[in-house]
Design a protein around this ligand. Structure first.
Ligand code: FAD
Length: 351
């Protein structure tokens, strides 16, 4: 029996894949799918993330992206629900000469890595995305990037688990024992292996270097599709992105704040997001505000996740920081012993 502590996109993906492989699984979470996975934009964008990323993380991201089409198709088949997987790329745009130079540097780095990118003039950017600001001077299209709706992904995972009769215990874990978990009411569940997948809260249950990094993000509702692909850019020195959903929603994200477990949505955070998003796509301020949330990214000191066995009976699957949705399919594979070279990058023994 595998006891998965934490039912975000990471824990639920592991539970689903293990159950699919015929293993016994139980998920423990007082509020499944309510953590960072509820807030996430859902970009599967290792290529356009290059600017914010180190090379080992890029390797993990590219391997994860390759797994997404099959992961999405199998999940949709098992659950009967759509996850809104789309692979139309990310358009990174620039306004000023400095931004353009930074984008060119990024494009040159991508070329060096052999990643598919296309340099575009301002006019070509607007031909692709007519709602872009007329001040956009140029851009880089990472055509291989994709995205999903993480709320649909976790809903589909929960539905697939229900179909497979995998128990989801709606209680908080307080202690991890060897091959067992103590719950808040004192009950002890036993199994052969405990997998800690409690995101930003993992450090409360084990000695792991995971800290929360707050991100505020908003969803706007548009009667017509505003964008055909993910659009991102640097505005006033901070990155902002817009992610279109199949149902007309546009996600605008996200702040990065080191404020511990604070999940308050602030006026300043929203102001920053809207101000910067309007620079990219002026029409956003006309849209209806659908939802604003703050989530906690589980961050490690080297920004790489912690995946693998710590000792007999305890494994980690946490610390996915900015890329837990992207990395979920790969994480399950690494835990099952696939791709040992990539698994070594995520080894918990490195700390
Ligand atoms: P979570 O989703 O936080 O789940 C952890 C779960 O553990 C929760 O359900 C919680 O209830 C449970 N838990 C906590 N304590 C206990 C306990 N004691 N007992 C039992 N259960 C417990 N990633 C991408 O790939 N692409 C993106 O575009 C992207 N955008 C993001 C935007 C924002 C604003 C934020 C905040 C994050 C974003 N991320 C993105 C990162 C991504 O959301 C995370 O890396 C990912 O959700 C981590 O998943 P998780 O399952 O580890 O954690």
């Amino acid at each position: 029996m595998n006891l998965i502590v934490g039912g975000g996109v990471v824990g639920l993906s592991i539970a689903w894949r293990l159950a699919r492989a015929g293993q016994d699984v139980t998920v423990i979470d007082p509020a499944p799918a309510s953590g960072a996975s509820h807030a996430a934009a859902g970009m599967l964008a290792p290529v356009s993330e290059v600017a914010y990323t180190e090379e080992p993380l890029l390797r993990l991201g590219l391997a994860a992206l390759e797994r997404w089409p099959a992961f999405a198709a199998e999940l949709e088949a098992d659950s009967g629900l759509s996850v809104d997987y789309r692979a139309h790329g990310t358009l990174d745009v620039a306004f000023g000469a400095d931004d353009l130079a930074a984008l060119e540097e990024l494009a040159a780095f991508m070329d060096k890595l052999g990643l598919p990118v296309e340099r575009l003039t301002g006019r070509e950017c607007r031909r692709l995305e007519p709602m872009l600001s007329p001040s956009v001077r140029g851009g880089v299209l990472a055509g291989g990037d994709a995205w999903v709706d993480p709320r649909r992904v976790t809903a589909a995972l929960l539905a697939a688990l229900e179909t497979m009769r995998v128990p989801v215990v709606l209680r908080r874990a307080t202690d991890l024992l060897d091959g067992a978990v103590r719950l808040a009411d004192g009950e002890i569940l036993t199994g052969e292996r405990v997998v800690l997948a409690a995101g930003a809260w993992s450090g409360e249950l084990a000695d792991v270097p995971v800290r929360p990094v707050k991100g505020q993000i908003m969803r706007l509702r548009s009667p017509h599709p505003l964008l055909g692909r993910c659009v991102r850019g640097m505005v006033h020195g901070s990155p902002v992105y817009l992610v279109p959903r199949g149902d007309g929603e546009v996600v605008v994200g996200a702040t990065q704040e080191e404020l511990g477990f604070d999940t308050r949505v602030t006026a300043g955070g929203l102001y920053e997001l809207l101000r910067d998003a309007r620079e990219l796509v002026p029409g956003v301020t006309e849209l209806e505000l659908a939802d604003v949330v703050a989530g906690l990214r589980p961050c490690t000191p080297d920004n790489l996740p912690l995946v693998g066995t710590v000792r007999q009976g305890l494994a980690l699957a946490t610390g996915h920081h900015r890329g837990g949705v992207l990395l979920a399919p790969l994480t399950t594979a690494l835990l099952q012993g696939e791709e040992p070279e990539l698994a070594a990058l995520c080894s918990p023994q490195r700390f």
